[in-house]
Design a protein around this ligand. Structure first.
Ligand SMILES: Cc1ncc(COP(=O)(O)O)c(C=O)c1O
Length: 421
């Protein structure tokens, strides 16, 4: 968790973020992550299961960096993946295929094959997202000579109170199978000997700051599971209401991740499913608060009475503000915020008006460097080369205080790739 030391410097664990940057030798823009903070987050969430059998399948899409995935695996997490590349990262980080789930509305043949071929009997489950997908999965299992385990992803028709772009469980969303079509989906799965239906899954959306909608979705999932078991006489081993647990971006978050787990366990027990494997798929809640994007101030700019602070990180580095109006707190790196100082609109150098991190009170004199807070989830993973910009560096503060870094594709390699074609 980000704190400030006596001099006002932003700190992760035992070292200041400025020191982590200095030790790593990377330049801004750079993400800095607190791996111990992420692992603690996973442990706190796991404690919420109150002894019930569970699997925290970390949604790798939130942050795919090897040190992050390894730290969460060491804290007892499996993985939820949405592409072959994410599957390979999870496997490469040592996560047992038996603890990996694969979701996605459009899985390619290569992705299906990689999931079915993993380990000695494939991954724990592929989430079937459509009736039409069943025959494709069965055909690939047959071709590979394996029986594939699947969960059926239900769409519980719950309009979550979150940004429209990250609500996924309402009836117009492209995700999952409508409750009215579950019978057809079961029949299609049961028709194929190559497939074994091992559970039901759902995911109603992201950045849920209360538990009620999540638990309403979970209740519909448990009801559907009860009906399926009664009709088929077969037991479902996995019940997975998804991820979506919100974090506090500065405006509050009433529910902690463990509250979602506690509520789901209670509900599962009420439905007579206390002995099943309860799966959750959190991404943001495990990593979001434990990463910052560091940027250097390029220059202040005053125009028509407005104050802009131009920094060297932009929407290509952190897309969330431009993509869905997300607000991340921007603060000085080395000094505490001075509430009496004027607000500046912090903007990046990218040629889009949406390259704007919003107005923030910083300090006076203006800082040389700033941090964009709560950027550990859906930050680097959504970064792009727009405007020919390099991808930001990543710096990892390990639990023992050591610091490592990775610099992916800088602007030079981007230029070469453009000229080579
Ligand atoms: C199927 C699925 N599971 C889990 C997640 C993780 O969501 P969050 O990061 O909000 O926990 C997502 C996010 O898009 C998802 O699509």
């Amino acid at each position: 968790m980000l704190t400030r030391d006596g001099s006002g410097r932003a700190v992760f664990g035992a070292i200041s973020i400025a020191e982590a940057l200095a030790r790593s030798g990377v330049e801004t823009p750079a993400y800095v992550y607190d791996l111990a903070g992420m692992a603690d987050e996973a442990r706190r969430l796991r404690a919420g299961f109150d002894g019930a059998a569970h699997l925290v399948a970390y949604a790798v899409k939130a942050n795919t960096a090897g040190p992050v995935v390894r730290a969460l695996a060491a804290a007892g997490c499996g993985a939820e993946v949405g592409s072959r590349a994410e599957l390979e990262v999870a496997l490469g980080c040592g996560i047992d295929p038996e603890r990996i789930l694969f979701s996605g509305v459009g899985k390619t043949v290569a992705e299906i094959d990689a999931a079915i071929a993993a380990g000695t009997r494939g991954i724990a489950a592929l989430h079937v997202d459509a009736v039409e997908e069943v025959a494709r999965l069965a055909a690939r299992a047959r071709a590979l000579g394996r029986r594939a385990r699947v969960c059926l992803r239900i769409n519980p028709d719950i309009a979550a109170d979150t940004h429209a772009h990250i609500a996924t469980g309402h009836e117009e969303a492209k995700f999952g199978v409508a409750l009215s079509e579950l019978a057809a989906a079961y029949a299609e799965i049961d028709r194929h000997d190559e497939l074994e239906l091992v559970g039901l899954s759902g995911h109603i959306g992201s950045q849920l700051v209360r538990t009620d909608e999540y638990l309403a979705g979970a209740a519909k999932l448990f009801d559907a599971a009860r009906e399926r078991e009664a009709a088929s006489g077969r037991r479902l081993a996995l019940l997975d209401p998804g991820g979506g647990f919100g974090i506090d971006y500065g405006t509050g978050c009433a529910a902690a991740p463990a509250d979602f787990a506690r509520g789901a366990v209670h509900l599962a027990r009420e439905h007579g499913f206390g002995d099943r494997m309860l799966v959750v798929e959190p991404g943001r809640a495990l990593v979001g608060a434990h990463g910052v994007l560091c940027a250097s101030v390029i220059a202040p700019k005053r125009s028509a009475g407005r104050r802009f602070l131009v920094v060297d990180a932009g929407m290509n580095d952190l897309l969330r503000p431009a993509l869905y109006g997300a607000r991340h707190r921007v603060e000085p790196l080395d000094r505490a915020v001075d509430a009496a100082s004027p607000a500046w609109t912090v903007v990046g150098p990218v040629c889009e008006s949406s390259d704007d991190f919003g107005a923030h009170v910083l300090c006076e004199p203006l800082p040389d460097r700033v941090i964009v807070r709560d950027a550990g989830a859906y930050g680097y993973t959504m970064a792009s080369h727009y405007n020919g910009r390099g991808l930001p560096a990543e710096v990892f503060v390990h639990a023992d205080g050591s610091v490592t870094a990775s610099v992916a594709a800088d602007a030079r390699s981007w230029i070469q790739s453009r000229l080579a074609t």
